[in-house]
Design a protein around this ligand. Structure first.
Ligand code: ZN
Ligand code: ZN
Length: 275
């Protein structure tokens, strides 16, 4: 049986020998910014990022240097802005590139609209083209890849721009992150195809009152998630994320009814998900 441990990090980062097989630190999980709120970014052990929102701003330079790979769910600014500042910080500090992985549509948007010399320098050509700070790597949904001791697979979800979630499998269990998504059978089919699913981090961005806004912006509400989650054949611990700032108390209240009978936790910055 996999432990459902979720602990607040407190002050320290813990020694490597204290890690379980997978240790996912929530750098940010809010739908916006504000005191204590950061946007989506997860640090897996100390070397993989999943998304690079404003949560990356809490990493020290030493922590940033240890990151080898960043897997991006989609191109929205709340999930990618940290790449821009990290690349700038890492100038002169790393002697190998930070590998940025995403579906082709996301990479295209990053290259055309962010790292385009106008909004931000093109760090895939700096300090020079032979020694770039960032390199781009396409992920193919449904195709597992080995990365730093884990197996990682992207799966398609439904958002206002092309988007994926990621499943991370280790010996100790499987963690999946939906990224930003609305209800779609792609999500449930991909998750149901996993041999096991111990922990699922999933979008619940808006209150039921904002169901129409959630529909057009392609995010879940508590009631919609409660209806859809029955399509999942696994019974993972749920970690709820991306709440719109100011709406957290109402979302929590609505989840008590919508997700009654499910084990769930409203994620906060600094939480650690262990497998
Ligand atoms: Zn989004
Ligand atoms: Zn988002």
């Amino acid at each position: 049986m996999v432990s459902l441990a979720l602990v607040s990090l407190g002050g320290g980062d813990g020694a490597p020998d204290a890690w379980t097989n997978m240790r996912i630190k929530v750098l940010g999980c809010s739908g916006g910014v504000g005191p204590g709120l950061r946007t989506t970014s997860l640090l897996v052990n100390d070397d993989i990022l999943i998304d690079a929102g404003t949560g990356t701003g809490d990493l020290s330079l030493a922590q940033m240097r240890r990151i080898t790979d960043a897997f991006i769910t989609h191109s929205h600014l709340d999930h990618v802005c940290g790449l821009a500042f990290m690349a700038d910080n890492l100038f002169d500090l790393i002697d190998r590139p930070l590998r940025v992985h995403a579906i082709p549509e996301t990479l295209e948007t990053l290259r055309t609209h962010l790292f385009n010399w106008k909004l931000w320098p093109d760090f895939s050509k700096l300090p020079d083209e032979q020694h770039p700070l960032l390199t781009w790597h396409e992920v193919e949904p449904g195709k597992p890849q080995r990365i730093n001791g884990h197996s990682l697979t992207a799966f398609k979800v439904l958002h206002t721009v092309p988007a994926v979630g990621y499943a991370l499998e280790s010996k100790a269990g499987t963690f999946a992150f939906s990224g930003d998504t609305y209800a779609t059978d792609h999500l449930w089919q991909a998750l149901n195809a996993l041999p096991r699913l111990d922990k699922l981090m999933i979008d619940v961005a808006f209150t039921d009152k904002d169901a129409e806004l959630a529909r057009v912006s392609r995010h879940f509400t508590p009631t919609l998630l409660g209806q859809e989650i029955g399509k999942l054949r696994h019974r993972p611990q749920l970690y709820l994320t991306h709440q719109k700032p100011g709406c957290e108390p109402m979302i929590e209240k609505e989840c008590r009814t919508a997700l009654a009978g499910y084990e769930y936790h409203h994620l906060h910055r600094g939480d650690v998900i262990s497998l």
